[in-house]
Design a protein. Structure first.
Length: 394
């Protein structure tokens, strides 16, 4: 599957109703705030034929129940209270975004069952393409964290936005590295975007917003996290992106479901090969056995998605402790494209044979030799008979 297949976006008219028409938009604004799982509302709209018909169905159902008079009055067309923006918890601005409105991610229209609305905090979503999803286990190993750090740093240098699920583990690392690399990052939540979940990522969500990123969800403000609702989150993660990369996943990891959503949505799916002795790699390795593309390096993903590094924004590796080993000799090397290309091919404490490094980096022998001399003088790599080893502070 090529990137053009992934990016073919059908018009809004394929929904069978026009979301820009006033009656439909008004109905969507009222349906969006009902305490109902998004997939159930989408199913109701499909069954009834339009949002307006679905809203009328809900009103008729409420009329038959004792004590629901106020609910019926609030849902009725023309009733006040169906605002586009609501403050959310803690005074945080939560915006309701409808299909066809400025900022609506058109790539979502290629989903078989596109969302009827989005709730957004932070920056608009309209310029989030190209985007790559990076997902994985909540119980990430040091290997998974380092892979996420390295891949996201490289994707950022190529101009990609980073999308993930705002969970602990690989998701949190993907968002954090995107922020550190100056990339746009979007966190798709399985609850209201104003809900402090998971609590461990409270500060990370604030950093996402402060960095110009976004929190997005189909769930109404205040909507609590529910296990059955995370499927909506996973399909949204995959739907917003050209490609999904599963970094590390156990046998029953939710990241596997995100990968399945990517395939169902005709998106590119990659998995990073993992340690065959690690339970945290079982799921990712199974994805590879089932046909997912191998992501042995960030370049595998960038090449497939048609993204290349920007000449004006050289790649900067992001390190476990913030800086590589060595002294001031490193200072000028991050701006050296050849040095960046070499470091991009290496994993911490891994010794890579020189012929393999030459092939992966794509550098001519004289250029590679000069880059290695500079990196070794700076204390970033060590050369030996076995190859080249990347040195990183613990």
């Amino acid at each position: 599957m090529d990137v053009q297949t992934c990016l073919s976006v059908p018009p809004l008219s394929t929904r069978g109703w026009d979301p820009t028409e006033t009656p439909q938009a008004e109905a969507l604004r009222r349906l969006a705030f009902l305490p109902v799982l998004p997939w159930k509302t989408r199913a109701l709209v499909r069954r009834c034929g339009s949002p307006a018909a679905a809203l009328e169905s809900v009103i008729e159902e409420m009329r038959s129940r004792v004590g629901c008079e106020r609910v019926v009055a609030n849902l009725a067309p023309g009733a006040p209270g169906a605002g586009r923006d609501r403050p959310g918890r803690g005074g945080s601005g939560v915006r309701l975004l409808l299909p066809g409105e400025p900022g609506w991610p058109e790539i979502l229209e290629s989903l078989g069952d596109p969302p009827c609305w989005l709730f957004v905090r932070g920056a608009d979503l309209g310029e989030a393409d190209p985007a790559i999803a990076v997902v994985g286990s909540r119980r990430a190993t040091s290997y998974g964290i380092e892979v996420a750090r390295r891949f996201v740093s490289r994707f950022a240098s190529a101009g990609a936005a980073i999308v993930s699920g705002a969970a602990v583990g690989i998701d949190a690392q993907a968002h954090q590295t995107a922020i550190e690399s100056g990339a746009r990052t979007i966190a798709v939540t399985g609850c209201g975007v104003d809900v402090d979940y998971p609590r461990a990522n409270h500060e990370l969500r604030a950093r996402i917003l402060d960095s110009g990123g976004s929190l997005v969800s189909e769930f109404r403000p205040g909507g609590p996290p529910r296990k059955e609702g995370f499927l909506d989150r996973n399909r949204m993660i995959a739907g917003l992106c050209r490609a999904t990369v599963v970094v590390e996943a156990a046998e029953r990891s939710g990241a596997l479901r995100t990968g399945a959503c990517a395939q169902e949505a005709s998106r590119l799916l990659f998995a990073v090969p993992g340690n065959v002795f690690s339970a945290m790699s079982t799921g990712a390795n199974r994805l590879l056995a089932d046909g997912a593309a191998v992501a042995a390096s960030p370049e595998d993903v960038l090449e497939a998605t048609g993204l290349i590094a920007s000449p004006g924004k050289p790649w900067r590796p992001v390190w476990r402790s913030g800086v590589p080993t060595g002294g001031p000799g490193w200072a000028g090397l991050p701006e050296n494209p050849a040095a960046g290309a070499v470091v991009a091919c290496l994993m911490p404490a891994e010794t890579l044979p020189l012929p393999v490094l030459a092939e992966r980096s794509g550098l001519a022998p004289p250029t590679l030799a000069a880059a290695l001399l500079n990196l070794e003088a700076a204390g970033v790599v060590r050369q030996s008979l076995g190859g080249v080893t990347l040195l990183v502070q613990g």
